[in-house]
Design a protein around this ligand. Structure first.
Ligand SMILES: O=C(O)CCC(=O)C(=O)O
Length: 280
């Protein structure tokens, strides 16, 4: 796994709680909702223009500018200034995942001409939240700063009533990784990759392939969400959902669903045109 912890920040609980309360009442964007299975959402604190309506990530070369929301959250702004080189920041977002939601397994930067170094700072989490990369699952702990290798297939989910919030920072991709986060403490050395998931079995596989009996245009998106969440509970690679989906569609004998499933796999794992949005 190339994703790894870079360090730990001692969070100011009171100041953070105040700003999490502001975020709870803020508007989150539905941009990239084609990546969301349930309520996976974000809001911009810094972007290229400083305008809140600039919601998509593109590759650009200038230091990110605080949006009105970013300016109003003084503690989070201070975290960004203290722990990153502001000239290297290209975007800063809050990503929130609500109960029983996840982001569909995907690779980032496919549509971009270049890539960033993506860093997560964990603001609010609990043991029922997890990130995944290929066949690995791991928990990012509160106050931890992580490099996330977004170019590999990955996902993240929250399966508790309280939402999970990360501050996600995209940094100029030419920066050396060990200089990206500053003023951070040593990680605790805890085992971050404890995998308590159930073994994946041929019986489990056959039971989901049985969805071919009932899949239709009307329930396709719900079935995609079921498949996207399974790898959080079973020891299986996050990308496997696309093979399952193609096989379910093939077995049901509906050519439009086979085509749709192939399009999903292409879009999320191998190729996306700039600005392309997936509808399904
Ligand atoms: O943890 C999350 O909410 C999103 C993870 C992810 O897909 C990313 O940062 O690229």
């Amino acid at each position: 796994m190339t994703t790894r912890i870079l360090g730990v920040i001692e969070l100011d609980n009171r100041r953070l709680a105040d700003e999490l309360a502001v975020l709870a009442d803020s508007t989150f964007s539905s941009e990239y909702s084609d990546f969301a299975c349930g309520r996976w959402e974000f809001c911009m604190l810094r972007n290229q223009s400083g305008n809140l309506d600039e919601q998509r990530v593109v590759v650009h070369e200038t230091p990110a500018v605080a949006t009105p929301l970013g300016q109003s959250l003084l503690y989070l702004d201070q975290l960004l200034e203290n722990h990153f080189d502001p000239y290297s920041i290209r975007y800063a977002r809050i990503i929130r995942i609500s109960e029983n939601a996840c982001i569909i397994p995907h690779r980032d930067y496919l549509e971009l001409d270049g890539k960033y170094i993506r860093v997560h700072v964990v603001l609010d989490t609990n043991e029922r939240c997890a990130n995944t990369e290929e066949n690995k699952i791991f928990h990012m702990g509160r106050g931890e700063v992580w490099f996330l290798d977004a170019s590999l297939p990955h996902s993240a989910g929250c399966f508790s009533q309280s939402p999970r919030l990360h501050l996600v920072v995209d940094i100029d991709g030419s920066r050396p990784l060990d200089e990206v986060a500053r003023n951070v403490g040593q990680p605790s050395g805890r085992n971050v990759a404890v995998d308590t998931r159930t073994e994946w079995t041929s019986e489990a596989l056959e039971s989901i392939l049985g969805l071919s009996e009932i899949i239709s245009e009307a329930n396709y998106r719900e079935i995609v969400a079921i498949l996207a969440k399974l790898h959080f509970f079973y020891k299986v690679d996050c990308q496997a959902m696309y093979s399952w989906l193609k096989e379910i569609s093939r077995r049901c004998g509906h050519p439009a669903l086979v085509e749709k499933s192939e399009a999903l796999e292409r879009f999320y794992l191998t190729h996306r045109a700039a600005g392309e949005v997936m509808t399904y």
